[in-house]
Design a protein. Structure first.
Length: 491
């Protein structure tokens, strides 16, 4: 459905007669005032008067296994070699040159393109087998090791991108070019939210001790989708959502009266020009008003028992930490919020990797495992899909000099590891296999398009049927190239 068709559907007979003499001028003025009516397809869930349906009427396409997603995104690219993708043979190749037959002309980043030698680096940590299937897990992830029977570890995720910006944009929006809609925005657009006191898509950010790559607001942007579907960023501290609180001298009844007047003005503008973004503006003002009451209650952890803080670890009482965000994520899942992303920065370890990755894992290991265990003990894991991973992995060869404490690893998109738990995903599963150098995939590749198609599938969405008309194309999260659902890891 294009822009003009949507406007035509919204026009009543009275409006048609009243505006018959000025359709072109109205469309032009609407474009100048907001640009939205001519720049993107209107929200098909909007109806005159500002009422919003839960989501697209045709969704879900089939029974959904997951009602909520909690996406633990490790920004910077965790080293799969030092965490999950261990092979005893790696010890034998330590210090040897990476064979040309393994690298096979792979494009590498500018940071190592000038290196004359590419010495292989085996993990500096011990690995042990855990769980019923004997899954190798690094000693730096002891808590995750204890939940391997609840998670599916995918060792063959891959992407074409080798630098952070295109890679993190690709996995979050389905395209390396900016301007596309994020995964969470697609979920919001397609399924809506059962709780109108919160947005359907919430983002929280924390940082660890490692090197920090930049994060961009566009990673949770709605792109070409209506703006009400963009992610809402919540911060730690007393003011979790900027500009949500009333200014001094303005109480809640006064805010209500002000919003009522603004709504009337916006509704008049919509009745005259039929700009769908005006309806979005009305809905967002109302959402903000409701969030003034709902967000403080959500962020107040004073009613959480002490054993919960002990479960999530020593950082769980510190605002803005990954551990505390994990507790808030569980609370949001309890309230029906369908999509959350917890971005954790610090995984870009080009140097001092042994020290930095150990510190990062100490930050995220216990909270990640506790989140899965907490959801499970509450009977929520079956309907909550927890995802862990980053935008790519790291190379087997050393970046810089190879020493015990100071080597690093460059970016590697040919293969990396992510895991899923709950939401209709099998536990105790390892899927995909890499070669003896953890460099190339030899069994069951999972492109990030496949990964995103699988996420949508667990929400009851056929990724081929969720599209949005923009710039003359039916845009999809999984793009135009083939993508498959990884059914082998599903219940």
């Amino acid at each position: 459905m294009n822009e003009l068709n949507q406007i035509q559907n919204n026009v009543t007979r009275r409006q048609l007669l009243a505006n018959a003499s000025r359709p072109i001028g109205a469309a032009a003025l609407a474009s100048l005032m907001g640009g939205s009516a001519m720049a993107s397809t209107p929200d098909q869930t909007q109806f005159p008067g500002g009422k919003v349906t839960p989501g697209l009427p045709e969704l879900p396409n089939f029974e959904r296994k997951a009602k909520s997603i909690i996406y633990l995104f490790m920004c910077g690219g965790p080293s799969h070699i030092d965490t999950f993708d261990f092979k005893p043979e790696l010890r034998k190749i330590h210090g040897t040159e990476l064979p040309d037959s393994i690298r096979n002309g792979q494009r590498i980043t500018g940071m190592t393109s000038g290196q004359k030698n590419f010495p292989c680096v085996a993990p500096m940590f011990n690995f042990k087998k855990f769980g019923q299937h004997g899954t190798y897990v690094s000693e730096i992830l002891p808590h995750t090791a204890n939940i391997v029977d609840d998670i599916a570890i995918i060792k063959s995720v891959n992407t074409e991108a080798i630098n952070h910006d295109p890679a993190i944009t690709f996995i979050n929006t389905g395209n390396q070019q900016p301007g596309r809609a994020s995964l969470g925005s697609w979920v919001s657009y397609g399924l809506g939210s059962p709780n109108d006191n919160f947005p359907a898509y919430v983002v929280m950010i924390s940082k660890g001790p490692g090197q920090k790559q930049a994060l961009y607001e566009r990673l949770w942007s709605s792109g070409f989708l209506p703006s009400k579907h963009q992610g809402v960023k919540m911060r730690g501290g007393s003011d979790p959502v900027l500009y949500l609180n009333n200014p001094n001298g303005v109480d809640r009844p006064m805010r209500r009266r002000m919003l009522d007047r603004i709504r009337d003005i916006n509704q008049e503008h919509y009745d005259q020009f039929l700009d769908p973004e005006t309806q979005t503006r009305i809905a967002q003002y109302e959402m903000a008003f409701r969030m003034q009451a709902s967000v403080p209650e959500l962020m107040d952890l004073s009613n959480e028992p002490e054993y919960i803080f002990e479960m999530y670890g020593p950082d769980s009482k510190k605002p803005g930490t990954f551990a505390r965000n994990c507790i808030i994520a569980r609370r949001m899942a309890e309230r029906g919020i369908p999509m959350q992303q917890l971005f954790h920065r610090g995984w870009d370890q080009h140097g001092s990797l042994p020290k930095l990755i150990r510190g990062q894992c100490q930050t995220i290991d216990q909270p990640s495992a506790a989140l899965v265990q907490d959801l499970k003990q509450r009977g929520m894991l079956d309907e909550t899909l927890v995802i862990w991973g980053g935008e790519f992995g790291r190379t087997i060869y050393s970046q810089g000099a190879l020493t015990k404490d100071n080597h690093g690893r460059d970016h590697h998109g040919r293969c990396f590891t992510m895991w899923m738990a709950g939401g209709g995903v099998k536990g105790g599963v390892e899927y995909g296999k890499t070669d003896d150098y953890s460099y190339n995939i030899v069994e069951n590749p999972v492109h990030i398009r496949d990964f995103n198609a699988t996420i949508l599938h667990q929400l009851g969405i056929d990724h081929n049927k969720l599209s949005f008309r923009s710039q003359g194309l039916d845009q999809k999260l999984t793009g135009v190239e083939p993508a498959r659902v990884v059914k082998e890891i599903l219940v």
